[in-house]
Design a protein around this ligand. Structure first.
Ligand code: ADP
Ligand code: ZN
Length: 724
């Protein structure tokens, strides 16, 4: 017997080993093995077993050991991994690695133990003898929180561990050692939520999902009750003994979202979010594999979760760019979900208020079933959107219209969210005399000015520099700050409304002062009147008291050199607008723009997705862009500008020759929009074809016949999302 083994060396090939007779009965595909490789032992996954003896004259090395008897991958997951590797022209090992968190194979990643406090069921404080007022209060708090880690509770409630011990002796609390988890949701008992009676549109959607013949594109405005439909569709699968995966964009993995699933499905849920420690990840993954957790909620990598007997995969906000992985393997989790659904015979639901044009087109072609929910479920109405032209009259950071609307909210003690998609204080710092921007020397981009720490930061490489005293080009000493950044907007807002309580949320404030959840928690509890933030605040938030949403520069993202710029703008604006008026209070939205005639802004304001999609598709068809073809972007980067350009041009020519007679177009080699990043010069060429397989074979061909030198970093990005 021989085994083909995938070893994690990114060599993009499998290695053959002989299976010693004593292992033959125990070996199965998907297992982690150790095998001799060179002069050492390497670990790898058994991909295929074959009973044919090796070819005459070839002496194979033997598998050394089976590291763990239970396979890490089911045969179907291996099939999925192979398909993803083939489609995205990525080494199979890289896909296996992406599919399996590193912590899971590390035995020592098992979580440490820590003390967990929970109320004793059925005990009443009256039965516990005499309690002090403080003890009683503490007990009530533990009940309210549903228990928690001793250390965390002591901190949260401001007391020492001995107080809990006293309550334990009184028989009210139990304290036990458990596997430690950093997850704030861990171990807490949720007030269970029961299914809501569905409205007609929701009920129809649920039926269509349960009876689907093809993946369902669930198109429903924010607040239309899609999540409730997912929950009930999952419940149906659980009743039939099948499991489910729910993917949400990383940014929506908030406690609010997680709680909804935990409340409905309790212990059956595994939450895979980025804050998990290795130990927690180990734990959750093994709980899924053992079948204890039947519903998995997580970001894109959750698409590979080892859920057995999979019944349903939900991709919420399917249009979100975060589903595309930007490093090897460059897969799109929505597309992997559809693939996995067909391999495992599982239903697939892609939900969005603003579907990607790829999915919209797939629905029009009949590849997906389109299911619509037209209205908000909770009774809230869609907000009124005003488009304010700030190129005329209403100049400044805040238009009169927006200022009046904010003032009104402050008066009424309602809340407002303001949105500006640019970090820092200003986009760039330019010399007032010669106009030269101050640029990062390692990247070809201007520095952004961050006033809080009074320095210049590069948003590409993360580097920083002191403010220059003189212009590096002409020596003049005064500078202009161009392009509004969120810190400057915050300053201006504080000047306009000195008594308002203002919170800022962007990746700078989040990493330094408060966590994401802390800021949202404060805003949710009404401890601030205005939340100003970058796209971090655009999604998933549901604050009933927010009645105003303002977008400071609605057209900002339109100028990006990306064929999806208009689509992204439309999606972002629709999503932002969806934050207003989710409950009884009516909502108002203000889009400030320098060009109110722009289609993406105009139609996002009126909420006309279909009209936007039709207009945009017409242009894409004319220009020959996705979804009318697949586009793969090849990026070549080198420390030497000549090397990058030379290889890009040579690749472009060779591939153009290869493409002749094939249904494929090869673009010219061009410097990338970010022409230099972190000292690397970057060139690109785009390959387009209606047949994705042609693109990956072209790529495999050129890489084998013209292998790039080590000094060249090279990436093939199938269905590229980032065009920079
Ligand atoms: P979406 O996921 O489409 O944004 P949600 O499922 O979050 O929408 O629903 C929005 C709000 O409407 C939530 O507060 C939810 O509890 C409520 N809701 C959903 N379905 C119903 C229903 N059938 N009846 C009453 N309220 C509902
Ligand atoms: Zn830089």
């Amino acid at each position: 017997m021989t085994a083909k083994v995938a070893i994690d060396l990114a060599l993009d090939r499998l290695f053959d080993y002989a299976v010693p007779p004593e292992l033959e009965k125990k070996l199965s595909v998907g297992q982690l093995l150790s095998v001799p490789f060179g002069h050492r032992l390497a670990r790898g996954f058994a991909m295929e077993l074959s009973c044919e003896p090796p070819k005459e004259g070839i002496a194979l090395k033997c598998v050394a050991a089976i590291e763990e008897p239970t396979p890490f991958f089911t045969p179907k997951l291996l099939e999925l991994a192979r398909a993803v590797a083939a489609y995205s022209a990525a080494p199979l090992e890289s896909v296996l690695k992406a599919a399996l968190p590193a912590a899971v194979v590390r035995r020592n990643a098992r979580p440490k133990e820590a003390l967990f406090v929970e109320p004793c069921a059925g005990r009443k404080p009256e039965e516990a003898g005499r309690l002090t007022k403080r003890q009683r209060w503490l007990y009530e708090q533990v009940v309210r929180l549903g228990g928690g880690w001793l250390a965390g509770l002591a901190q949260e409630l401001g007391c020492t561990a001995s107080v809990f011990r006293a309550l334990e002796r009184a028989g009210l609390l139990s304290i036990s050692s458990r596997a430690m988890r950093r997850d704030p949701m861990a171990g807490r008992r949720y007030l269970p939520s029961s299914p809501l009676p569905l409205n007609d549109a929701q009920a129809a959607a649920l039926e269509r999902i349960s009876a689907q013949k093809a993946p369902v594109l669930l198109f429903g405005v924010t607040g239309s009750g899609k999540t409730e439909v997912y929950l009930q569709a999952i419940a149906r699968e659980l009743e039939r003994g099948r499991g489910a995966i729910v993917m949400v964009p990383e940014i929506s993995l908030t406690p609010q979202t997680m709680r909804r699933f935990a409340q409905r499905f309790g212990d059956k849920v595994a939450l895979l979010h980025s804050a998990l420690s290795d130990g927690e990840r180990y734990d959750e993954w093994h709980r899924i594999r053992r079948g204890e957790a039947r519903v998995v909620v997580g970001p894109r990598s959750a698409v590979f979760a080892p859920v057995g007997n999979l019944g349903l995969i939900v991709v919420d906000e399917e249009h979100e760019p975060s589903y595309k992985q930007e490093e090897l393997p460059r897969y799109h989790a929505r597309d992997v979900a559809v693939l996995r659904g067909s391999i495992e015979g599982a239903k697939v639901v892609l939900g969005s208020a603003t579907p990607s044009l790829e999915s919209w087109m797939n629905a029009r072609r009949g590849k997906y079933e389109l299911v619509e929910i037209g209205r908000r479920a909770g009774g809230g109405t869609m907000p009124n959107v005003a488009v304010v032209d700030v190129s005329q009259g209403e100049r400044g950071i805040f238009s009169r219209t927006l200022l009046d609307s904010i003032a009104l909210r402050l008066d009424r003690r309602e809340q407002a969210i303001l949105f500006l998609n640019r970090r820092g204080y200003s986009r760039s710092m330019t010399c007032a005399s010669c106009g030269a921007p101050v640029e990062c020397p390692k990247c070809s981009t201007p520095y952004a000015y961050h006033r809080a720490d009074s320095c210049l930061r590069c948003h590409i490489c993360g580097g920083w520099a002191e403010l220059p005293a003189k212009c590096p080009r002409c020596g003049a000493g005064t500078f202009d700050f161009e392009g509004l950044g969120i810190q400057r907007a915050e300053d201006a807002l504080r000047k306009c409304f000195p008594s308002a309580r203002i919170l800022r949320m962007d990746s700078d404030s989040v990493s330094r002062r408060h966590s994401h959840d802390e800021i949202l928690g404060m805003f949710g509890r009404g401890e601030a009147d205005i939340l100003i933030g970058t796209q971090m605040i655009a999604k998933g938030l549901d604050f009933p008291n927010v009645t105003l949403v303002g977008v400071l520069n609605a057209d900002a993202s339109l100028n990006q050199p990306d064929f999806r710029a208009a689509e992204r703008t439309f999606q972002l604006l629709s999503q932002v607008a969806g934050r207003a008026g989710r409950a009884e209070l009516p909502g108002e939205v203000v889009f400030q723009t320098r060009d109110p005639s722009v289609r993406a802004v105009r139609l996002a304001a009126t909420g006309e997705y279909a009209a936007f999609a039709e207009g945009e598709l017409k242009e894409r068809r004319e220009w020959g862009f996705p979804p009318f073809c697949h586009l793969a972007l090849v990026t070549l980067a080198s420390k030497s500008p000549q090397t990058a350009a030379g290889w890009a041009e040579m690749y472009s020519k060779s591939l153009a020759a290869y493409a002749r007679g094939r249904d494929m177009k090869v673009g010219e080699a061009v410097p990338a929009a970010i022409g230099k990043a972190d000292g690397w010069y970057r060139w690109q060429l785009a390959l387009r074809s209606p047949r994705p397989g042609l693109l990956s074979s072209a790529w495999r061909w050129i890489r084998s016949c013209r292998p790039p030198p080590k000094a060249l970093r090279i990436a093939f990005d199938m269905d590229a999302h980032s065009m920079m």
